[in-house]
Design a binder for this molecule. Sequence first.
Ligand code: FAD
Length: 461
Amino acid sequence: MEPWDVTIVGGGVLGTSVAYWLANRYEGRIAVLEKEVDVAAHTSRRNTGVVHRPFYLDPVGRKVFARCAQIAYGMWKEYAASRGLPWLPVSTFEVATREADVGRLEKYLQWGLANGMGEDELALLSEGEVRRQEPQVRSHGAIWSKTDTAVDYRSFTQSLSDDAVAAGAKFLLGNDVASVDVAGDRLDIHLADRGGYRIFNDPRRKILVLVGRGNEPHRTRFLINCAGGNSIDLAHRLGVGREYTDLFFRGEYWEIDPAYHHLASRNIYTVPRHPELPFLDPHWIVRADGRREIGPNAVPVAGPYTYRGFFEDPKDLATRLLGFPLRNKLRLLVNPDFVTLAAEEWASSISKGVMAKRAQEFLPALRVKYLIRPGTAGVRASVVDRGGNFVKEAIELPGPRSYHITNYNSPGATGAPAYAAWIVQRLARAGHLDHLKPKTAKAAGSWDFEKICAAIETPAS
Ligand SMILES: Cc1cc2nc3c(=O)[nH]c(=O)nc-3n(C[C@H](O)[C@H](O)[C@H](O)COP(=O)(O)OP(=O)(O)OC[C@H]3O[C@@H](n4cnc5c(N)ncnc54)[C@H](O)[C@@H]3O)c2cc1C
């Protein structure tokens, strides 16, 4: 069988967005290999569901995330309206729970404006102003991000996958990539169960139907690795990114009894104590369907799909902590802040009371009994460099007949359609898409590829 022209591994919001742009811009055989039986089965559904406005992102240190979040806000807003998907502009108060954090709020105001937010979208609030609007919230002041919005990224991703299929991409679901070999001018991708493609049959969705092909490998001329929590492992298999390793942190949520939803009507975040570490204090979240939750914490776990417990087998944790490359992790394990915070996060996982106590810091009226059931946990895969530091931006790594995107963390769901356009442009500029024939017609819908890419490249004001 003819090789595929481009294969994307991973049908999360990122891989699906890349497929959307490729299929809309090029003729050719474009496939998404996804190990689950639908898109957005992992982090792209198991998240806080906020379209984050970029006031808290350093316009220099986190430029790409900040630019993409700013551009994609308008894209998602328009997309939600055109497809009838949830869009609830609840807004966010990011509060200073310590006097010393008030200066940080002022910095956030400058960052938000530098990242392109409008003056009317942000306001600094005194303690009294916070209390007038959210009487139960205690703080030393806040920044109010008025356009933060609650959405459902799973429905966004599903809808985008339908659009990608309509433009010609094929989603080959239920295919777990086990290994990849370079074979001359193409790659041979071996699937875990060797069962070939499965059929996904949902009459409401247009998504893929392909028939199994036995034990033959899936052949492709180019691979784009968007495998989320598995992306580093997949890159390592092609000899790429061996200077990096990753660690996994599960974010857990608790649903609040509806009788206490009135405690706050907006998202309430707090200024993080250690912005360089992936530990955020749990927030009060308003979901797109009106539910309120507390979370997420950031509990170190053994793998990208450890949604319960800490590891399936103690060996898994040892392998994860002591596996290759070891030096990155050893450097981190001697960082006292990391070790202390990790212990606190474990405590909040084991005890609901500890979780409630963390939220009481800004919402003292909250009681443990208001946390009625666990919400849907998600796992963040954070990449650690040779110095033992968590990397702040997404990492893009070229490899043999392949391109690897890893460390694509929050606010990755917010920025995905913009970031994916930029990735497609980078691949085209590097000649990796020369074997595809450009489409002459403009992409369906009103997202403008050239404008989006130019806006990402524009220096911050
Ligand atoms: C707790 C938490 C809260 C968050 N909240 C927000 C938020 O409010 N707003 C925001 O913007 N961002 C948020 N994020 C970040 C955001 O969810 C991620 O940046 C985004 O979902 C990443 O998308 P992805 O497509 O890269 O990864 P994923 O959604 O994980 O997709 C990767 C896909 O690859 C597939 N895959 C993996 N290995 C293989 C293989 N071997 N073969 C085939 N398929 C494979 C997986 O099944 C998966 O579907 C949050 C993240 C977490 C963890």
